[in-house]
Write a protein that binds this ligand. Sequence first.
Ligand SMILES: [Zn+2]
Length: 337
Amino acid sequence: MELWRIFGEALEPGETRRLSLRVPMGGLPNQGQTLLDGRKRADYEMPAILVNGAKPGKTLLVTAGIHSGEYNGIPATIRVARELDPERMSGRAILLPCVNTSGFWTMHPRTLPEDDFNLNGQYPGNPDGTVGERLADFFVREIFPQVDFILDFHGGSRGERMTPLAFFPTHAPVREAALAAGMAMNIGFLIESQATKGEYSYAAASMGIPGLLVERGEGYFCDPEWVEDDRRDLLLLLDHLGISPAPAGMRDTALKRRVFREAIYLEAAREGVWHPAVKKDQAIQKGQRLGTLEDLFGDVLETVYAEHDGHVLYLNCGLAAPKGELLVAYAVAASEA
Ligand SMILES: [Zn+2]
């Protein structure tokens, strides 16, 4: 087998390499990566682990920490990177455990601190743009053409309660491959997504690369069981793709897996104090009260009802709901496959 050439590196078959991946920022004046002490770095650096299997096969890209406060996928990816044995692998893995490293170290909640760019919503970026636009463009040009499948780890945002779920792309050429991969993992809810501007969803919609976005964990915490569940799902995916065999019995065959073709995302139509009336992972009926928005005197501004029978996937359990803030996300029961 020939060398694997990527990011200016050359890996032998059976080799693992750790590096600080440098994404050029083209000399943006005072706009490179923000460091913890407020200084700027000319390029954007993130940790990368490249694992080149001894035998040929598919290449999996794993990203975590695209939203910097969504933690559990980060240690899960690091652990799997340390566990993988390239001598036993057929294929390759590009593991990027902490994409938004500047957001991680500055505890910026979600987007890139440099320019408020959402790495899961503003693809394909721009090679001459801001830090985030250049990062997205780097993924499109330098990474996506190398890979056969993408797994992107996320979790609930601040104040959110979240049921573990995976989004898979609706786009015909990749839908079935992504759904089959989702079914191979230990995730109870698989939600078809129309998104096209995120990391995995842009790759799916515009470049024909199947992928999954896993949501697990909540509230910007990092509970050990979420880390373990993310780790297990990543190992199951590597097994499903034929890259690296997972230990027997890792897939939960008793878990009921449900596929939904539609989800409703209710947002605050106005600024209000949000009091949810439902919980995550709860069946709901059309017309059921989901919660109320009140003012700071306790007067009800608006009552929010379910428009369909369905199942609550995640919801805002914080109190403040600025206009446009997500209140409840639920899967529509009638679309259950
Ligand atoms: Zn996220």
